[in-house]
Unconditional design. Structure first.
Length: 320
């Protein structure tokens, strides 16, 4: 069998495996990252129109998530609950005041937060809610599943509200979300860091004073140190908003060296491009391409995304 036929076979297997892995991952994981992505886009729109950004409210978020999940589970699309309950009653039942509220819902197949946001902004009624100065809080709930026999359909619910106690401007702050400890030690393993901010900001990551990553106009940001060498490191996340700045610092002591280098395609570092690496590549393909752990191993052309060109490179190694 020549290389062309073997590569075609690999591609077919990869597509089937990717479909299974994607369905499983979507069924078992939360969509907090996508919800925050949608919040960032909403607040970017508001700031561009001279409005204050919205604060994420946990009560509204829980109501929104439950409604999105119910629409998937019960195979319907409506502001009312499946039992006919009005959205204002859903919000009221969680203990949130309902004298100033609104709701947007959207759906797309396959999941695409950017497209869902753009569709909402193109609808006059939904756009009016997003750009309404009478709201200062929001809850965003995303759920993905089967809808009318269409697998991998995303439901989006946005619940808008007003908290009179939040009218006074809250001081800007950034908090270290992971890891919780500020002083760490490792044996050279990959180390993940993340922060959440109270407002839209630019987050710059520095390692021993050197800038290694910058995220613009976000409320959350993360950075992964890949197999750091033995030594001491100060990892700093510096956040700057339109009003103030804040920072978080971790101290990391690496007591032994990690792998001397990353071998493209060999995710487990065992020196062989095997089926385990193939499974990891399938998980990284497109949907997980923003994860630095996967980019370092599977982004062959170093363009910042694990795409079809990387698959061709990986397939050639796997098939060698």
């Amino acid at each position: 069998m020549n290389k062309t036929y073997k590569l075609s076979g690999i591609i077919i297997i990869f597509i089937l495996l990717l479909s299974c892995l994607t369905t499983f991952a979507l069924a078992e994981t939360s969509y907090e990252a996508q919800e925050r992505q949608m919040l960032n886009m909403i607040n970017s729109e508001r700031i561009a129109h001279g409005l204050e950004p919205l604060t994420l409210n946990p009560l509204l978020t829980q109501v929104a998530r439950e409604h999105s999940k119910e629409m998937i589970d019960m195979d319907y699309f409506s502001h009312d609950s499946y039992d006919g309950t009005h959205f204002s009653e859903r919000i009221s039942s969680c203990g949130y005041p309902v004298y100033r509220i609104a709701e947007n819902i959207a759906m797309n197949f396959p999941p695409d937060v950017v497209k869902a946001h753009n569709n909402l902004m193109s609808s006059p009624g939904h756009r009016a809610n997003i750009l309404n100065a009478d709201y200062n809080e929001i809850g965003i709930g995303i759920w993905v599943g089967e809808y009318h026999s269409y697998q991998n359909t995303a439901m989006y619910t946005q619940n808008f509200g007003w908290d009179p106690d939040a009218e006074a401007q809250i001081p800007f702050s950034i908090k270290g979300f992971e890891p919780l400890l500020r002083t760490l030690s490792s044996e050279g393993d990959d180390q993940f860091f993340s922060v959440h901010a109270s407002d839209i900001c630019d987050v710059t990551w520095l390692v021993n004073g050197t800038v290694v990553r910058t995220d613009k106009a976000v409320t959350s940001s993360s950075f992964t140190m890949i197999s750091p060498a033995q030594g001491s490191y100060d990892i700093k996340a510096n956040a700057v908003s339109s009003r103030e700045s804040d920072s978080v610092i971790w101290s990391l002591e690496v007591i032994s060296s990690g792998p001397s280098g990353v071998v493209k395609g060999d995710f487990d570092g065992n020196g062989v491009i095997d089926f385990y690496d193939f499974v990891q590549f399938a998980g990284a393909y497109n949907s997980r391409s923003s994860d630095a752990n996967f980019l370092s191993v599977f982004d062959f052309d170093d363009n910042g995304i694990v795409d079809f060109y990387d698959f061709v490179e990986f397939a050639a190694l796997y098939n060698a």
